[in-house]
Write a protein that binds this ligand. Structure first.
Ligand SMILES: [Zn+2]
Length: 134
Protein backbone atom coordinates (compact mmCIF):
# COMPACT_ATOMS: atom_id res chain seq x y z
CA UNK A 1 0.00 0.00 0.00
CA UNK A 2 1.34 3.43 -0.89
CA UNK A 3 2.30 5.81 1.91
CA UNK A 4 -0.31 8.38 0.93
CA UNK A 5 -3.05 5.73 1.02
CA UNK A 6 -1.94 4.60 4.49
CA UNK A 7 -1.96 8.19 5.78
CA UNK A 8 -5.43 8.79 4.34
CA UNK A 9 -6.65 5.53 5.89
CA UNK A 10 -5.48 6.70 9.35
CA UNK A 11 -6.85 10.20 8.94
CA UNK A 12 -3.42 11.80 8.81
CA UNK A 13 -3.81 13.13 5.29
CA UNK A 14 -6.83 14.37 3.38
CA UNK A 15 -7.56 12.29 0.29
CA UNK A 16 -7.98 15.54 -1.62
CA UNK A 17 -4.52 16.82 -0.68
CA UNK A 18 -2.56 18.23 -3.52
CA UNK A 19 0.44 16.30 -4.88
CA UNK A 20 2.88 18.80 -3.31
CA UNK A 21 1.44 18.12 0.16
CA UNK A 22 1.57 14.37 -0.41
CA UNK A 23 5.19 14.69 -1.58
CA UNK A 24 6.09 16.77 1.52
CA UNK A 25 4.51 14.17 3.82
CA UNK A 26 6.38 11.43 1.98
CA UNK A 27 9.70 13.36 2.39
CA UNK A 28 8.99 13.94 6.10
CA UNK A 29 8.41 10.20 6.59
CA UNK A 30 11.72 9.45 4.85
CA UNK A 31 13.48 12.08 6.99
CA UNK A 32 12.11 10.57 10.22
CA UNK A 33 13.22 7.12 9.13
CA UNK A 34 16.72 8.38 8.26
CA UNK A 35 17.00 10.38 11.51
CA UNK A 36 16.22 7.20 13.46
CA UNK A 37 18.80 5.32 11.36
CA UNK A 38 21.45 7.98 12.05
CA UNK A 39 20.67 7.86 15.80
CA UNK A 40 20.95 4.05 15.90
CA UNK A 41 24.20 3.97 13.89
CA UNK A 42 25.76 6.85 15.87
CA UNK A 43 25.10 5.10 19.19
CA UNK A 44 26.54 1.85 17.82
CA UNK A 45 29.69 3.77 16.77
CA UNK A 46 30.10 5.36 20.21
CA UNK A 47 28.92 8.80 19.09
CA UNK A 48 26.17 10.83 20.78
CA UNK A 49 22.73 9.96 19.44
CA UNK A 50 21.85 13.44 18.26
CA UNK A 51 23.78 15.14 15.43
CA UNK A 52 26.13 17.91 16.54
CA UNK A 53 24.50 20.36 14.14
CA UNK A 54 20.84 20.76 13.22
CA UNK A 55 19.75 18.96 10.06
CA UNK A 56 16.60 19.64 8.06
CA UNK A 57 14.38 17.02 6.47
CA UNK A 58 16.20 17.43 3.14
CA UNK A 59 19.53 16.65 4.81
CA UNK A 60 18.09 13.50 6.33
CA UNK A 61 16.38 12.48 3.09
CA UNK A 62 19.74 12.56 1.29
CA UNK A 63 21.03 9.89 3.68
CA UNK A 64 18.91 7.30 1.85
CA UNK A 65 21.68 7.17 -0.78
CA UNK A 66 24.38 6.55 1.85
CA UNK A 67 25.73 3.30 3.27
CA UNK A 68 25.75 2.81 7.03
CA UNK A 69 29.48 3.60 7.15
CA UNK A 70 28.89 6.83 5.23
CA UNK A 71 26.13 7.85 7.67
CA UNK A 72 28.48 7.31 10.63
CA UNK A 73 31.23 9.26 8.83
CA UNK A 74 28.77 12.09 8.22
CA UNK A 75 27.70 12.13 11.88
CA UNK A 76 31.37 12.19 12.90
CA UNK A 77 32.17 15.01 10.45
CA UNK A 78 29.28 17.08 11.84
CA UNK A 79 30.75 16.63 15.33
CA UNK A 80 34.25 17.67 14.18
CA UNK A 81 32.81 20.68 12.38
CA UNK A 82 30.81 21.73 15.46
CA UNK A 83 33.90 21.44 17.68
CA UNK A 84 35.95 23.56 15.26
CA UNK A 85 33.15 26.13 15.08
CA UNK A 86 33.36 26.47 18.89
CA UNK A 87 37.15 26.82 18.70
CA UNK A 88 37.83 23.39 20.23
CA UNK A 89 40.49 21.08 18.82
CA UNK A 90 38.68 17.96 17.52
CA UNK A 91 39.75 14.61 18.99
CA UNK A 92 42.70 13.26 17.03
CA UNK A 93 43.84 16.63 15.69
CA UNK A 94 47.26 16.47 17.34
CA UNK A 95 49.57 17.56 14.52
CA UNK A 96 50.92 21.12 14.72
CA UNK A 97 50.85 22.53 11.18
CA UNK A 98 51.36 25.88 9.51
CA UNK A 99 48.50 27.29 7.43
CA UNK A 100 49.49 30.10 5.05
CA UNK A 101 46.25 31.88 5.96
CA UNK A 102 45.89 31.16 9.70
CA UNK A 103 49.43 30.58 10.93
CA UNK A 104 50.07 27.73 13.40
CA UNK A 105 47.07 25.39 13.70
CA UNK A 106 46.19 21.88 14.88
CA UNK A 107 45.43 19.37 12.12
CA UNK A 108 44.87 15.60 12.04
CA UNK A 109 47.70 13.08 11.93
CA UNK A 110 48.83 12.58 8.35
CA UNK A 111 48.01 16.14 7.27
CA UNK A 112 50.82 18.13 5.63
CA UNK A 113 52.98 20.22 7.97
CA UNK A 114 52.45 23.29 5.74
CA UNK A 115 49.15 24.00 3.94
CA UNK A 116 47.82 26.83 1.79
CA UNK A 117 44.43 26.71 3.54
CA UNK A 118 42.89 24.62 6.30
CA UNK A 119 39.54 23.93 8.01
CA UNK A 120 40.38 26.64 10.59
CA UNK A 121 40.31 29.21 7.77
CA UNK A 122 36.49 29.22 8.13
CA UNK A 123 36.91 30.26 11.78
CA UNK A 124 39.41 32.97 10.81
CA UNK A 125 37.07 34.39 8.14
CA UNK A 126 34.11 34.34 10.59
CA UNK A 127 36.12 35.85 13.48
CA UNK A 128 35.80 32.65 15.51
CA UNK A 129 38.53 31.33 17.85
CA UNK A 130 41.42 29.24 16.56
CA UNK A 131 43.32 27.19 19.18
CA UNK A 132 47.06 27.41 18.59
CA UNK A 133 49.79 24.84 19.13
CA UNK A 134 52.46 25.95 21.61
ZN1 LIG B 1 43.79 28.12 7.71
Amino acid sequence: MRLAAILVQHGLLDAASDPATIQRVRMDAIAIEQAQRMRRLSLAAGLPAEPAMPLDSGDYAELTACTDIEVVAYAHSLRVRAERWLGHVPVGWTLPSLCRGCGPVWLWLGAPSIVLACPWCWNRKDGRPIPRPP
